[in-house]
Ligand binder design. Sequence first.
Ligand SMILES: Nc1nc2c(ncn2[C@@H]2O[C@H](COP(=O)(O)OP(=O)(O)OP(=O)(O)O)[C@@H](O)[C@H]2O)c(=O)[nH]1
Length: 319
Amino acid sequence: MTGPSQPTNQGPSYLSPRDPASYRAGFACVVGRPNAGKSTLVNALVGTKVAITSDRPQTTRHTVRGIVHREDAQLVLVDTPGLHRPRTLLGNRLNDLVMGTLAEVDVVGFCLPSDQKIGPGDEFIARTLAEIRTPVVALATKAHLVDSKRLVEHLIGIEQLGDFADIVPVSSLEDYQVDVVSDVLCSHLPVSPPLYPEGELTDEPDRVMVAELVREAALEGVRDELPHSLAVVVEEMNERPDRTPEQGPLLDVHVTVFVERQSQKAIVIGAKGARLRDVGSRSREGIEALLGTRVFLDLHVKVAKDWQRDPKQLQRLGF
Ligand SMILES: Nc1nc2c(ncn2[C@@H]2O[C@H](COP(=O)(O)OP(=O)(O)OP(=O)(O)O)[C@@H](O)[C@H]2O)c(=O)[nH]1
């Protein structure tokens, strides 16, 4: 969580790769339709919780990097918001971001959930990936959720979908073939010294992680249309002054949850504010665990009308 946020190619030898002549390092990007298992896979590869997962689609709005440190390679994973067809201005911006990322990385992992039939969303992504020169490894995610007959059917479907460098079935939660995915992705990286110091797991700023934790809590158990209408901004994070040593440090965190309509505000807040209190206490626990300090969380819900379509609002919300 701490340390330099820029990759460094020089400086002290954080790592002592066994054989510099064969040590590989580079970037991989994980794409796939919403809910395809991208974040879960990144977490499994890195071995710690870096991206936020939830049962709701499109929870990953920001590019989150996880870094896999191996004896023979360093794999910097860029988790994307999910490549999907642009519907709103926000969608367009996300897709620009995704396309830029795809062209820059060394290898792309394309997640296709085994428990779902290959559909128009996957075909759209496959066509997009066919336009870039980056090698693409197809990943049949959530393989343990289906029987072998269905898995074979799925693998055949994937083969017909595009020209992939490899196809690997994987179950991130069940720890099936996660190491194979790591091997295959690393095999596409260039020979290079490590790009980041050892021990660095993500260079995502704390604020973004905090916002994602609040967003995850605010989305829990609410209607399907709400995810698209919800943005979280961390307004301020300050250590409270004048704390005695007995009291210990306390971090004041001020967060605004933006929704598009008054009716959505009511959903987030709940009857007599009960739901918001619950969201607050759950996200506070997550933030305390993330930052390793006690936290006072000040949570507000505001209506920013049609923020998804308004460029000024988008800029303000950090997109
Ligand atoms: N059993 C099982 N469930 C999985 C596996 N991978 C993902 N899931 C579940 O599938 C759901 C979606 O996974 P995510 O990793 O959040 O999917 P995502 O592609 O990052 O989703 P977005 O951020 O919405 O684009 C979550 O409820 C996960 O727990 C797996 O290997 N096995």
